[in-house]
Ligand binder design. Structure first.
Ligand code: PSU
Ligand code: MN
Length: 319
């Protein structure tokens, strides 16, 4: 409620009204906002829970470098000592990467507890969107979004990322979603909640490690100018909520489909057998897949994140 109210203010008003009590911008980010430079939000759960150390830290730094090389300013987002931090320094990124899964994984519901108790927390797609919107950042790059899990009709396991996309005005550039999820149900859920799913130079919703999933996107867009115009129009029309910009992994880094499907089945079976539940499910599956491919899926993962960072930076410049 408070956040929704705050989101309707423009950034300087918002930050003043919060009296910088909860949010802390790095100097670079504060300057970039003041001078209206293009900014890209980056999440931190991908660092702590999405990849192993030290590749997680190396990737996070490389993603920031890629954003810069493409003309935008990277704003990696996390919670440190209870502060909503926008813009981390390399030591802070290293700290989150080293702590890994010992850091609290914070989605929307976790934010008030992390802040009140002065905790450190890694932000998911959902909570990164919330904090990005508070700072006035419209474009966010990551690897994959959360979604509707397979078997959700029994478990009700649907990532809070989807609900966030339905309400918060941030566009998320991703490589689709991993087929640990039910991609077809994920697209249905997004449709119900009015979240546009755009294919970047593709008609198909990509499946993270592979360029195709056999599922179509709503709209295909081929230029950043068209994409920027569409986002602007959506928000000028007062249509609340985000947009999924699905950018397929570059062909040279994609993973053989049969192989990854088999590994995902194996990871899902093990999660079932171990009775993994709630917010542990996604990190468990991510680590398992990485382990079962002896790290080779990690290379694909890293490359697709860099590819998304590049597109996000170009898009945010076009806006
Ligand atoms: N999918 C990935 N890598 C990730 C995540 C998802 O391929 O790192 C992380 C993101 O932070 C995402 C979160 O927001 O997992 C979703 O978790 P859950 O399914 O518990 O909502
Ligand atoms: Mn879940």
């Amino acid at each position: 409620m408070i956040i929704n109210q705050l989101l309707s203010f423009s950034t300087p008003q918002l930050l003043k009204s919060m009296k910088n009590q909860y949010i802390e911008l790095s100097k670079e980010i504060a300057d970039a906002i003041a001078t209206k430079l293009p900014l890209i939000a980056l999440e931190s759960t991908i660092i702590s829970h999405g990849m192993p150390y030290p590749q997680n830290v190396e990737t996070a730094l490389l993603v920031e470098k890629t954003v810069r090389e493409n003309g935008a300013i990277p704003a990696t987002i996390a919670i440190l000592g209870g502060k909503l931090k926008v813009g981390l320094n390399p030591d802070e990124i290293d700290y989150l990467g080293k702590k890994g899964q010992a850091v609290l994984k914070c989605s929307r519901r976790d934010l008030p507890f992390a802040v009140t108790n002065g905790l450190d927390g890694a932000t998911t797609v959902a909570s990164t969107m919330i904090i990005a919107a508070m700072a006035g950042i419209k474009i966010f790059a990551t690897g994959g979004i959360g979604g509707v899990h397979r078997g959700a009709s029994e478990t009700f396991d649907i990532s809070a990322d989807l609900q966030e996309l339905a309400r918060t005005n941030v566009a998320v550039v991703c490589a689709g979603a991993k087929s640990i999820l039910d991609l077809s149900l994920t697209l249905e859920y997004l449709e119900t909640h009015g979240v546009p799913v755009v294919g970047w130079q593709t008609n198909e919703f990509p499946a993270f490690y592979t360029r195709s999933s056999g599922l179509l996107v709503d709209y295909r867009v081929d230029s950043v100018q068209d994409l920027a115009k569409t986002l602007q129009t959506k928000w000028e029309l007062g249509l609340q909520g985000g947009v999924v910009i699905a950018n397929p992994i570059p062909a040279e880094f994609s993973f053989p489909k049969e192989r990854i499907d088999m590994i995902i089945e194996q990871a899902l079976a093990e999660a079932n057998q171990k009775n993994i539940k709630g917010k542990e499910v996604t990190p468990f599956l991510l680590a398992k897949i990485e382990q079962l491919t002896s790290g080779s899926s990690l290379q694909s993962n890293i490359q697709l994140v860099l590819n998304n960072a590049k597109l996000a930076a170009q898009l945010s410049k076009a806006m």
